[in-house]
Design a protein. Structure first.
Length: 497
């Protein structure tokens, strides 16, 4: 679906007002922050590691893929007009307003018996189960407000750092494809804030070996699909030389603009030498030109994701390359701007580990080693954990994120999500436990605005975009946090800088 976002001049022309829409935004942000604080309370040892919680957990979890729900209904109507639910009179019941449903990401459970495969995952299943009453009570208490806009209260859901996903109201899902909440835009947006991301990808001849190029394509598309409307992105490929895909400038992450970029990624081919300098030079030039000449930037966090499967054999050696990268980062520091954080990935047998690791360590970045057959997509998408550490600071306690409108899987039409990070604050420094989120339909926003049709849609989306980039979190990571990230990011035995 192509979504435009031009300014409308018809606000205040309907039954609602722009103030009503602003109040709706504020209400949703306040509600999701309260939800997140409730989840943080549940992560405390005194609340999750007690027999009552474990006993309750053992009897009342419903897997959205295989469970038969206890009190299902088929509401029908415009809100629940999914293929399964129809008009509410001729289908099996699919929604259960008395319970949540649960899903677990691939790798977090045993495929044979669907049991969590670690104590940490079991722990996440159990403590998140305790949020069920909160979700039900919220829905009951807020029904009158949402009824005034002819919609039901928003769906509420929670994804954990180890892949557990819980949603209310409970309903079965299409489980023909895997689902990982950590790789959804609402999860990444809440744990990073607005950001500029430049992916710098090795397409030299060796990337044709071991199916690496195709694995890389899938991983890059994975990363791009985690980005939200508050983000900007560019893709740089390098071999003997470097080139940009679709544009030499950062692009706002909008559904209609990403189609061509994803198509270009599918068309990548391998050949040539491995010239690190060419890739980094074009990456830094892309950021600088986008920011200074065109103001194409989230004006917040910045990240360079650099991947190679070989060794640098360009004309610029390791020491000169390090000098160039450090000078570029110092440029932003001297100007009082946030420099890009450099994430480097050594991919496959034969990939240089020394220089990519040095680049990351000497610039306060993160280096990862991914073997052939390893989870490249998961490793690259995990860059958000760096920013998630910074968001735990008390200065960011009121941070909430919005994502680009999308079609709800429930059949409720076009909507969006607002989300907030949840931290385990029983440890110091706090660590990301998950993300709490709530859905809201675009129809409800149009009703609040009082403008329907294309004009109302455009105005709502523009205000959503403006709100998504309005809050830039403050980050101040300690050396301990840097080393913790490096430890947790290693697939092989951990190595610190």
């Amino acid at each position: 679906m192509t979504i435009s976002a031009s300014k409308s001049e018809t606000a205040n022309s309907g039954n609602g007002t722009t103030d009503d829409l602003e109040l709706m935004f504020q209400r949703m942000e306040t509600d999701v922050l309260r939800f997140a604080r409730h989840m943080e309370n549940l992560t405390l040892p005194d609340n999750k590691c007690v027999s009552r919680v474990l006993e309750d957990c053992a009897i009342a979890n419903y897997d959205g893929c295989v469970s038969t729900l206890p009190s299902p209904k088929c509401p029908g109507g415009s809100e629940f007009a999914s293929d399964a639910c129809g008009d509410g009179t001729k289908c099996g019941a699919v929604y259960d307003f008395s319970t949540t449903t649960l899903r677990m990401a691939p790798g977090s459970y045993n495929t044979g018996n669907l049991e969590p495969n670690s104590d940490n995952v079991k722990d996440a299943v159990c403590y998140s189960r305790q949020a069920e009453n909160y979700m039900i009570n919220y829905t009951v208490q807020n029904r009158p407000f949402w009824k005034s806009y002819s919609v039901s209260p928003p769906a509420m859901f929670y994804g954990t750092d180890n892949g557990v996903f819980r949603i209310y109201p409970g309903n079965p899902k299409d489980c023909s494809t895997a689902f990982d909440p950590r790789l959804r835009p609402w999860y990444v947006a809440a744990s990073t804030g607005p950001k500029d991301v430049v992916l710098v990808l090795d397409t030299s001849g060796s990337m044709a070996d071991y199916n690496r190029l195709n694995i890389l394509k899938d991983a890059v598309k994975y990363v791009i699909n985690t980005l939200s409307v508050s983000d900007y992105v560019s893709v740089v490929t390098f071999n003997t030389d470097a080139q940009s895909l679709t544009s030499s400038l950062l692009q706002r992450v909008r559904t209609d603009q990403m189609y061509s970029l994803l198509a270009e990624i599918d068309n990548l081919w391998a050949g040539g030498r491995t010239n690190f300098y060419a890739g980094f030079k074009l990456a830094f030039e892309t950021i600088q030109q986008s920011v200074e000449n065109y103001e194409l930037t989230a004006a917040c966090q910045r990240a360079i994701l650099f991947l190679t499967d070989g060794e640098n054999n360009g004309d610029v050696g390791a020491d000169d390359l390090m000098t160039y990268i450090k000078d570029q980062i110092q440029y932003y520091t001297n100007a009082g701007k946030r420099p890009p954080v450099v994430f480097t990935y050594s991919f496959g047998t034969g990939a240089d580990e020394t220089l990519p690791k040095r680049i990351a360590c000497e610039t306060n970045g993160i280096w990862s080693r991914i073997s052939d057959g390893g989870d490249l997509a998961g490793a690259m998408a995990a860059y958000y954990k760096y920013f998630a550490f910074g968001l735990s600071d008390s200065n960011n306690k009121d941070f909430a994120a919005w994502v680009e409108p999308y079609e709800f899987a429930s059949g409720q039409g076009l909507g969006t999500s607002v989300s907030a990070p949840v931290y385990d604050r029983s440890v110091n420094p706090p660590i990301l436990a998950g993300v709490a989120a709530m859905d809201i339909s675009i129809a409800a926003m149009q009703a609040a605005l009082g403008v329907e049709g294309e004009a109302g849609m455009n105005e709502v989306i523009q205000r959503l975009v403006d709100r998504s980039v309005a809050n830039c979190p403050k980050f101040n990571l300690t050396e301990c946090q840097y080393q913790s990230l490096r430890y947790n990011d290693q697939v092989s035995p951990p190595e610190f800088c």
